[in-house]
Design a protein around this ligand. Structure first.
Ligand SMILES: Cc1ncc(COP(=O)(O)O)c(C=O)c1O
Length: 395
């Protein structure tokens, strides 16, 4: 394992062992999630943008961006996990066969009445809470959402506006807020629907991660014959990155893609855990101030940690200026590029970092990027904080 220090980012490079079992997040799991999502009235496959001009300019085969900024009208991918997980929990609780049921099963009066007495709780920096609030509304349930200190009021209001949840900003950091939501759920008979796993709490987060696979399966289908050689995935607790990486690794069989995990400096818990190199998860202080609110988490998700540890080639920790550059590059692409992409603070960091890599011979070599490289990125959120987005784009 080798560390490379640059002014605005750090890189940890390793040779992946790649022998971890990734079959939990395979195409069968993705197909089950996709089948459920397709049954939702708001379902529409999100776009896969091809940044043809950027690819030509930087001499790579292609750069694809799966653009989640319009998913379910929530401006982020997170509703995929919240809705699928809530579906699985409700199926289990109400005795429905999840392999046969879909959203239409919930129009039955008896089922709707039962749903109205079920309450969920979660902690969130915003996007997961919006997904849970929206999912609770479509299933006719209730939800309480708790947000860490420093959350902007607009994000709290957006959680309530997305569906049927009440949302509250606490005086605690993200990890403490998760513990608080968990305690309250226990005391009040609510169901904790959390997007990260720890010892003894694994079934529900695994369903959330399976829900994220819909975007991986869609992206793969949209890429046609092209197979990603490089995948850059932003991470908070790493649930999304671990699930999506597992999916593509499983699909690739012997042609394993180069997976890069990208975090915000200061909340780079996956980077720091990998760097300790003892195989274990480590928590970083969660007091970091970053504009990448969705990535501001201090402890990796237990379920995907072995995948992130054994299958990633690179870990990167980036300063805010990297995501700001990515946001602006998506918003003002090279002349001739077909589309612009609206990408928020947690969505654009992978593109900002990729641009740094593509412009440096040394980094291209390190990441093994050449003119055959097929690069896949996920724009995980749009302008979820519209004021901040406008300010950064105008800079
Ligand atoms: C927009 C966005 N991107 C990426 C992530 C990271 O996902 P995870 O916490 O599963 O690593 C989040 C998490 O909330 C997010 O909101």
């Amino acid at each position: 394992m080798k560390e490379y220090l640059y002014e605005n980012f750090r890189i940890l490079a390793q040779t992946p062992i790649g022998n971890t079992d990734v079959s939990r997040f395979d195409e069968a799991a993705a197909e089950r999630a996709l089948r459920f999502h397709r049954s939702l009235p708001d379902y529409r496959r999100t776009d896969l943008e091809k940044l043809g001009c950027a690819a030509e300019r930087y001499g790579v085969d292609s750069i694809f961006v799966k653009d989640e900024s319009s998913r379910f009208g929530l401006k982020a991918f997170k509703g995929l996990g919240g809705s699928y997980c809530m579906f699985r929990i409700l199926c289990e609780k109400l005795g429905l066969d999840a392999d046969a049921a879909d959203y239409s099963s919930f129009s039955d009066d008896r089922i709707r009445k039962a749903c109205s007495s079920i309450t969920f709780a979660t902690a969130t920096d915003g996007n997961h809470g919006k997904g849970v609030s929206w999912a609770a509304k479509i299933f006719g349930c209730r939800a309480h959402v708790f947000m860490p200190k420093g959350t902007v009021e607009a994000r709290r209001r957006a959680v309530e506006a997305a569906g049927s949840a009440t949302a509250e900003i606490t005086e605690m950091n993200y990890d403490e807020t998760v513990r608080y939501a968990s305690r309250l759920a226990e005391q009040n008979g609510w169901i904790l629907i959390q997007d990260t796993a720890w010892d003894g709490y694994e079934k529900i987060p695994a369903w959330i991660i399976e829900g994220y696979l819909t975007m991986a399966a869609e992206a793969e289908a949209q890429m046609g014959a092209k197979k990603p050689t490089h995948i850059f995935l932003q991470a908070g607790v790493g649930s999304m990155a671990g699930g999506v990486a597992a999916y593509f690794i499983h699909r690739a069989a012997d042609q394993m893609p180069h997976v890069t995990i990208v975090e915000a400096e200061g909340s780079d818990c996956i980077y720091q855990s990998a760097k300790k190199n003892d195989g274990q998860i480590h928590t970083v202080s969660d007091e970091c101030r970053t504009i990448m609110a969705g990535l501001n988490c201090g402890t990796p998700c237990k379920t995907v940690w072995p995948i992130l540890r054994d299958c990633s080639g690179f870990y990167c920790a980036c300063k805010d200026c990297i995501t700001e550059a990515g946001m602006r590059a998506y918003a003002s692409p090279f002349a001739g590029e077909i589309s612009t992409v609206v990408s928020g603070e947690s969505g654009a960091v992978t593109y900002g970092l990729l641009l740094e890599i593509l412009q440096s011979q040394e980094l291209r070599q390190l990441f093994r990027i050449d003119n055959n490289s097929v690069i896949l990125l996920f724009n995980t959120e749009g302008d979820t904080d519209p004021e901040d987005y406008a300010r950064i784009i105008a800079k």
